[in-house]
Design a protein around this ligand. Structure first.
Ligand SMILES: Cc1ncc(COP(=O)(O)O)c(C=O)c1O
Length: 460
C-alpha cells in the first residue's frame, strides 16, 4: 500500500500528503493508473481522519494528479502533470471529524475565483458609484431587470416591473408571508416542510398546518380537505426538489393545485429555490398555473453562492406595494452592491455556467448515493442536492440521526421538518454537496453500515 513520505512538515497534513503524492508520481514511485489506498486504509495507517485523506485526494485531483471513480477508488491520472515545486499554499483544513451532510448548499465550484474577479471588475467599473447609496423603489431598475432575466428561464413572460428584490429566499418567505397573511391566519404547507418556513410561521403568530404528501408532493385532495377545514390564507409549497422529501410535483398536480387555490381564494407562495436543477422539465413552476394568485420566489443561494444573499420575488401587480413595503420595513433594501454582483453574474452568462456545473456535480453525487444506499428506501432525483432516506424498522429519525452523528456523519432528523409536532417520522434528510466526493462516499458507506446493524438500540 502506498504511504506518503512527508517533506515539508510545517504544512497542514492534507497538503503534505498531496505533495508526497506529487513527488512520488514525479520520481516514478507511483505510476499512471495505480490505485491509491482507500480513505479508510490510509487514514488508519497515518492515524488521521478519513476527511483529511479526502481533502488530500481532492487537492491532488485539483492539481490533475489523480482521479476518483465512483465505486472503484482513486487512481493516478494517465497524464499526471508534476510541477517543479510540490509545496503549494492551501486553505487551513478544519480539524473536525464530522462529515457534514446537514446543509443543502451548492458545491464549491471555484466560485471564490469568479467572485474575486467579479469584485475587481466592479471596483473598476463606473457602476460602483451607483450602488453605494440608499435606493428607493425597492431597488435599481437594472437589478430588477436582471432578476426578471433570471426568472424568465422558468417563467418566460416575467416582467421586470413585477420583480421585488430580497435578501435571499428566507427573506422572500418572510416578506411574502407577512404581507399576504395576518396574525392567527392558517397557513398550509407540506406535511414535511423546510424548517425555515416553520420558524417563520411560528415567530409571526401564524397557525401552520401540514397537508399530506406522497412521492409526487402535496396531494390535491388533501389540500381541498384542508381548505374546507381551515379556510387558510396561504399555501407555501416547494414543488420541485421538495425540502426534505425530494419530490417533484408533476404538471397535472400543479394544475390541480392551482384550480383548488382559485376555488378557495387561496394565495400560493411557490418557493422554487431548487427549480434551476431540472434541465428540461415538462412542467412549469406552480406559480405559472395561477399567476394571478401566486408569489414566485427564488434566490441565487443554491445556484451560485449562499453569501450573495440576493433573491427575487415575482408577484401579481396588486401585491407589489405590500411586498415592497415589507422589504423596506424589514431590511430597508437588499444590498445594492450584492445585487450588482448578482446582476453581473446573470447578465454575463456566468450564472448559467454555474447552473450547469452544479447540475453535473449533483448528478455524480446522486449516482454515488444510489450506488451506496440503493438497497434502502431513498427518494432521489437525478440532479438534486439532497436525498430523503426512509428508515427501515425499528429506527426512529432522531435515533438514527444521533447515531450517525456519534459515528462522524451529520444528517438531519425528519423530526426537524414537522410543521405540527403531532406525527412521528421515520426519515432523515441527507445533503450531498458539502464534502469532497471521497468524504461523501465514506460518509454514505458509514450510514449504510449503520443501517445494516441489526439491533440499532444496542448502540445506546
Ligand atoms: C426550500 C427553501 N427555501 C428557502 C431557503 C432559504 O434560502 P436562502 O439562503 O436564499 O435564504 C432554503 C434553504 O435551504 C430552502 O431549502
Amino acid at each position: 500500500m502506498w504511504v506518503p513520505r512527508y517533506s515539508d512538515l510545517s504544512q497542514p497534513v492534507y497538503l503534505m500528503i498531496a505533495d508526497a503524492l506529487e513527488q512520488d508520481i514525479g520520481n516514478g514511485r507511483l505510476a499512471a493508473g495505480d490505485r491509491l489506498p482507500t480513505l479508510k486504509e490510509l487514514a488508519e495507517s497515518l492515524n488521521v481522519t478519513p476527511g483529511t485523506i479526502g481533502r488530500a485526494y481532492d487537492e491532488a485531483a485539483k492539481r490533475g494528479l489523480v482521479v476518483g471513480e465512483v465505486g472503484r477508488g482513486t487512481f493516478v491520472q494517465q497524464q499526471a502533470s508534476v510541477s517543479a515545486s510540490s509545496a503549494r499554499p492551501g486553505p487551513v483544513p478544519s480539524e473536525s471529524d464530522q462529515v457534514d451532510l446537514s446543509i443543502i448548499k451548492p458545491h464549491d465550484a471555484h466560485t471564490a475565483d469568479w467572485l474575486r474577479s467579479a469584485i475587481n471588475e466592479l471596483a473598476e467599473s463606473p457602476d460602483l458609484a451607483q450602488v453605494l447609496d440608499y435606493v428607493t423603489e425597492g431597488g435599481h431598475a437594472t437589478h430588477k431587470q436582471a432578476g426578471a432575466a433570471w426568472i424568465q428561464r422558468w417563467l418566460p413572460e416575467a416582467r421586470w416591473q413585477q420583480v421585488v428584490l430580497t435578501s435571499g429566499a428566507q427573506h422572500g418567505l418572510l416578506v411574502a408571508i407577512s404581507s399576504l397573511s395576518k396574525s392567527d391566519d392558517v397557513i398550509l404547507c407540506e406535511s414535511f416542510c423546510y424548517p425555515g418556513i416553520i420558524s417563520l410561521a411560528h415567530s409571526m403568530g401564524r397557525r401552520l398546518r401540514g397537508v399530506a404528501m406522497d412521492e409526487h408532493g402535496l396531494i390535491p385532495e388533501a389540500l381541498r380537505a384542508a381548505c374546507r377545514e381551515h379556510r387558510p390564507a396561504l399555501l407555501v409549497c416547494v414543488a420541485t426538489h421538495q425540502n426534505p422529501t425530494n419530490s417533484i410535483m408533476p404538471r397535472e398536480r400543479r394544475e390541480a393545485i392551482a384550480q383548488i387555490a382559485r376555488e378557495f381564494d387561496l394565495f400560493i407562495i411557490d418557493d422554487d429555490i431548487y427549480g434551476f436543477l431540472e434541465p428540461a422539465p415538462d412542467y412549469k413552476p406552480l406559480a405559472a398555473y395561477a399567476p394571478e394568485r401566486s408569489v414566485y420566489l427564488t434566490s441565487l443561494s443554491k445556484s451560485v453562492l449562499p453569501a450573495l444573499r440576493i433573491g427575487y420575488l415575482y408577484a401579481p401587480p396588486q401585491t407589489l406595494s405590500r411586498l415592497s413595503s415589507m422589504v423596506r420595513s424589514s431590511v430597508w433594501m437588499p444590498s445594492p452592491l450584492m445585487a450588482q454582483l448578482a446582476s453581473n453574474l446573470i447578465n454575463s452568462g456566468k450564472a448559467d455556467q454555474l447552473i450547469q456545473v452544479q447540475q453535473n456535480e449533483a448528478a455524480a453525487r446522486q449516482q454515488m448515493a444510489r450506488e451506496i444506499l440503493g438497497q434502502y428506501n431513498i427518494r432521489s432525483q437525478p440532479n438534486s442536492f439532497h436525498i430523503w432516506l426512509e428508515l427501515p424498522e425499528p429506527w426512529t429519525s432522531d435515533e438514527f440521526a444521533n447515531l450517525a452523528r456519534n459515528n462522524g456523519v451529520t444528517v438531519v432528523s425528519g423530526s426537524q421538518f414537522l410543521p405540527e409536532r403531532t406525527s412521528a417520522t421515520c426519515g432523515v434528510r441527507i445533503a450531498l454537496m458539502t464534502p469532497s466526493r471521497q468524504e461523501l462516499s465514506f460518509a454514505l458507506t458509514k450510514l449504510a453500515s449503520l443501517l445494516d446493524s441489526p439491533e440499532p438500540r444496542l448502540f445506546y
